[in-house]
Design a protein. Structure first.
Length: 430
C-alpha cells in the first residue's frame, strides 16, 4: 500500500473498545518477538499535562545526548507526529513498513480467536517496533486514556510518571476523581520509580497507599517548594526552593501557567533518571515547545488544547495572569463526551470576554452548538455566571475564525479552546 492508502485504512479502525484486559496486545508482542523488552520505557500517564511532560523529558534527554523515542497522542496535523526520534517524525515509508508488519501479525492472532486491535493499540505497536529497530536509548510512551487498563501498561517500564489527575473519560475510568486516580496509579508496577505531579490530598493518599503495596519508589512534586514568578507573552519564570540548596529560577518559552507543574514533574524525573542538577536543567527546559498548548499561531491568536474542567480552569488562570485587562474573543467547541457544564462555568469567568463564538468539531464527536448556547443561558440565569458581551453561533470552524477576525479590533486577542480537535482544525485553516 502507499501512504495515502495506509492513512485511509488506519483512520477507519475503531478508536475505542471497552475491555479490561489487553490479551490481544500481549499476544501481539510475543508474535513480534517481545520488542518492548529491548526498550527503556518512560511511561507517562495522567489526565492533563501528559504531552507537555513527555516533551520536556524528551528535550532534556536529547540535551544529554541520548537518542530519544517519543510516542504521543492525539496528533494535530499528521499521524506521523505520534512517532518521533530526536524530534524527527517517522517517515511515510517507515510508517507503511511498520503498519504492514503489525497488520500481518494481527491477522495471525485473529485466526487464533483474539480480538482485533483498536486504533491506539496499532499505533502503540508501530511505535514499539520502530523504537526497537532504531535503537533508541529511551522510549517515552504516553498512555491513552487509562493507566491500569491501558495497553501501554503491557510494555513494562523503568519509570512511570503520573501527571495531574482530573475528571475526564468518566464513562470508562470512573465517575469520581478517586476512581480515576485509582485507575491511573495502576500503571505503577513493582520496583519502578514513580514520579507524581502536584495533586490534591485525596489523590495523593490513594497514590501513596498503592505505591506502598506494589513496592515502587515514589517521588512527589507536592514535597517541593516552588512558585510561578511572572508570566508574559514571551513565556514564564518560576522558582524552586530546595530544602538544602539555593533557590533556582527557571524560564519556559511556553506561557501556560499550568506548565510550571509539568516542568517541575519533569525536573524530578530527570534528576532521578540522569542525576542532573537544577542548574544543568535550566537550558534544556527553556528550549522546549509543545504544539497546541497556549500556542500563538498568528499575532494575537492563541490556541490551547484544554478539554476538561481542570484544564479549562488552568487556561482561564493563564488568561487572568497575562491578559487580564485585554479584550478577548473566544472560539469554543467541545467533544460530546466531556463535562461541558463544568467547562463552561470556568469559561464564563474569563474577564473582558467580548465575544464567545460557539462552533462544532468537524468529527463525529461534536456537541451541538445550540445545546451549548442553552447551557450558557442556563448558567447565566441560574448560577449567576457572567455573560459575555455577545454569544454567537458559527457551526463551522472556518466561519468561526472568519467571524472572530472580522469583529476583531486592534487590541483584541483571539483564543480557541475546548478540544485538541478544534486546535488542530484551527491550525490547519490559518
Amino acid at each position: 500500500m502507499n501512504y495515502n492508502e495506509a492513512l485511509e485504512y488506519v483512520l477507519h479502525i475503531p478508536r475505542y473498545k471497552k475491555k479490561s484486559k489487553h490479551d490481544s496486545v500481549v499476544h501481539m508482542l510475543k508474535i513480534l518477538g517481545s520488542p518492548e523488552k529491548e526498550l527503556k520505557v518512560i511511561h507517562v500517564v495522567g489526565t492533563n499535562g501528559k504531552g507537555s511532560v513527555s516533551a520536556f523529558i524528551n528535550g532534556i534527554g536529547m540535551y544529554k545526548g541520548f537518542k530519544m523515542g517519543l510516542f504521543t497522542s492525539p496528533h494535530l496535523l499528521t499521524i506521523r507526529e505520534r512517532f518521533q526520534i530526536d524530534g524527527e517524525m517517522i517517515s511515510e515509508e517507515d510508517f507503511i513498513v511498520y503498519l504492514e508488519c503489525v497488520l500481518a501479525a494481527e491477522n495471525r492472532i485473529k485466526e487464533d480467536g483474539y480480538d482485533p486491535l483498536t486504533f491506539f493499540e496499532i499505533m502503540l505497536l508501530i511505535a514499539v517496533l520502530y523504537f526497537r529497530d532504531k535503537k533508541v536509548d529511551y522510549a517515552i510512551i504516553e498512555a491513552g486514556m487509562g493507566g491500569r487498563s491501558d495497553s501501554t501498561n503491557e510494555l513494562g517500564s523503568l519509570m512511570t510518571i503520573i501527571t495531574a489527575i482530573g475528571l475526564d473519560h468518566m464513562s470508562i475510568l470512573g465517575d469520581t476523581i478517586e476512581k480515576i486516580a485509582y485507575e491511573k496509579v495502576g500503571a505503577v508496577n513493582h520496583g519502578e520509580i514513580a514520579i507524581i505531579s502536584k495533586q490534591s490530598k485525596n489523590i495523593i493518599d490513594i497514590i501513596e497507599d498503592y505505591v506502598y503495596v506494589v513496592g515502587a519508589e515514589a517521588h512527589y512534586a507536592n514535597h517541593l517548594s516552588y512558585k510561578l514568578d511572572d508570566i508574559s507573552e514571551g513565556g514564564l519564570n518560576f522558582t524552586i526552593k530546595p530544602d538544602t540548596d539555593e533557590a533556582c529560577q527557571f524560564h519556559l518559552s511556553m506561557m501556560g501557567a499550568y506548565q510550571v507543574d509539568n516542568a517541575v514533574t519533569s525536573i524530578l524525573a530527570a534528576k532521578k533518571l540522569w542525576n542532573m542538577s537544577y542548574e544543568e536543567l535550566k537550558e534544556p527546559l527553556s528550549k522546549v515547545t509543545w504544539q497546541g498548548r497556549m500556542e500563538e499561531v498568528e499575532k494575537g491568536f492563541y490556541v490551547d488544547g484544554a478539554h476538561n474542567p481542570q484544564a479549562i480552569q488552568s487556561f482561564v488562570a493563564t488568561l487572568k495572569s497575562c491578559f487580564l485587562d485585554k479584550s478577548k474573543i473566544l472560539i469554543y467547541a467541545v467533544a460530546s463526551d466531556k463535562d461541558d457544564r463544568s467547562m463552561l462555568k470556568e469559561i464564563l469567568k474569563i474577564p473582558s470576554l467580548k465575544i464567545l463564538i460557539i462552533t462544532e468539531l468537524s468529527n463525529g464527536r461534536k456537541t451541538e452548538a445550540m445545546s451549548i448556547v442553552k447551557l450558557v443561558d442556563e448558567l447565566v440565569e441560574n448560577e449567576c455566571a457572567r455573560k459575555p458581551d455577545s454569544v454567537v453561533v458559527e457551526t463551522t470552524i472556518d466561519k468561526a475564525i472568519e467571524y472572530a477576525k472580522s469583529f476583531r479590533e486592534d487590541d483584541d486577542y483571539i483564543f480557541a479552546v475546548g478540544s485538541l480537535y478544534l486546535v488542530a482544525d484551527v491550525i490547519k485553516k490559518l
